[in-house]
Design a protein around this ligand. Structure first.
Ligand code: SAM
Length: 269
C-alpha cells in the first residue's frame, strides 16, 4: 500500500472507544482497495472515514457526507490538522447528494440507522427508501456497500429496564435492527452477494459517573420533564443497581453488539 498521510504520525481525534473498533471492522470487512473512490455516509467523528482513507491511500479518495454542521466542522478540522489529503467531509443529506451516477467504488454507512425507512419489528417499509436509492445510484456496478448498525445494546437495555421499573415513560433514541430486515432491504435494493455478520465489543466506561453521563445523553424521558424525573434518589438507585457490571478498576463494563451488512451493486440491465 502507498504511504498514506495517516501514517505520518498525526492521529486524528475521533469519538474513540467502540466507534473506532467498529469503524475499523467495517473497513476491513469491505477490504477497501488502494486507489478506491469511497463515499462515507454519516461521517460523524470519522470512525469509518479515517481507516477508509488509510486503505484507499494517496491514489484514492474518501468523501464523507454529514447532516450535522458541528461534526462537519470538527472532522474537517481534524483532517486539516493531520494533513490528510485524501479525504473531505461535506454538509449534505446522503439521500440527495447530486454526485454523478456510478461514481463510487464503495459506499460506507456506519451506524446511521435505517428505522426512518424500515420497521424492523413488522419487517416492512415505512416509506420510500430514498437513501438506499441514492446509494444505489452513485455506486459503480460491482461496487460494494458496507453498513454497520446496532443490535440490542446491553447498557441501553439495562437503562431502559431500570427506568421501566421506576415507571418512567421512555423513548429511546436508538433502534434495534436485525439480520432479517437487512436481508430484505438489501434484496429489495437489488444488491447481490449479501453477507451479514454480527460482532460484539466489550466496552468499559472509565467510571460509574462516565457511564451515567453517557446514559443521560440519550433522550429517555419526554422532553422538558428530564430533570423532574431523573432525581438524585433515582441516580443513587441506578448506581447501586449497576454494581454487577462494575469491574476492578471502578469502570462499568457492557457489551456493544453490532451487525455488519455487505452487498454488491449489480450491473445495470
Ligand atoms: C451515530 S453517528 C455514526 C458516525 C460514524 N459513521 C461512525 O460509525 O462512528 C451517525 C451520523 O450519521 C449522520 N446522518 C444520519 N443520517 C444522515 C443522512 N441522511 N445524511 C448524512 N448524514 C446522516 C448523523 O448526523 C450522525 O452524525
Amino acid at each position: 500500500m502507498e504511504d498514506s498521510t495517516l501514517d505520518s504520525g498525526l492521529k486524528p481525534k475521533t469519538w474513540g472507544g467502540f466507534w473506532d473498533i467498529f469503524g475499523d471492522m467495517l473497513v476491513d470487512l469491505l477490504d477497501i482497495k488502494e486507489g478506491a473512490n469511497v463515499l462515507d455516509i454519516g461521517t460523524g467523528g470519522g470512525a469509518v472515514l479515517y481507516p477508509a482513507a488509510k486503505r484507499a491511500g494517496n491514489s484514492g479518495f474518501v468523501t464523507g457526507v454529514e447532516l450535522c454542521d458541528h461534526w462537519v466542522k470538527v472532522t474537517t478540522a481534524q483532517i486539516e490538522r493531520c494533513n490528510i489529503e485524501n479525504a473531505k467531509v461535506l454538509l449534505m443529506d446522503a439521500s440527495n447528494t447530486g454526485f454523478d451516477y456510478h461514481s463510487f467504488d464503495y459506499v460506507t454507512a456506519g451506524f446511521i440507522g435505517w428505522d426512518d425507512y424500515f420497521d424492523f419489528q413488522a419487517h416492512k417499509y415505512k416509506k420510500e427508501d430514498k437513501l438506499m436509492a441514492e446509494i444505489s445510484r452513485v455506486l459503480k456496478p460491482g461496487g460494494l456497500i458496507g453498513i454497520s448498525t446496532w443490535l440490542l445494546q446491553e447498557d441501553l437495555d439495562w437503562m431502559y429496564q431500570f427506568l421501566g421499573r421506576h415507571s418512567i415513560l421512555c423513548k429511546t433514541n436508538y433502534s434495534i435492527e436485525d439480520e432479517k430486515g437487512w436481508r430484505e432491504i438489501m434484496s429489495a435494493s437489488g444488491f447481490k452477494d449479501i453477507v451479514v455478520t454480527s460482532e460484539s465489543v466489550t466496552y468499559t466506561y472509565e467510571s460509574i459517573e462516565a457511564w451515567w453521563k453517557e446514559m443521560r445523553s440519550y433522550d429517555w424521558v419526554l422532553e422538558g420533564k428530564d430533570d423532574d424525573v431523573i432525581t438524585d434518589s433515582l441516580k443513587d438507585d441506578a448506581f447501586s443497581s449497576i454494581q454487577a457490571h462494575v469491574v476492578d478498576e471502578g469502570g462499568v463494563q457492557f457489551k456493544r453488539n453490532a451487525l455488519f451488512v455487505i452487498g454488491k451493486q449489480t450491473l445495470p440491465t
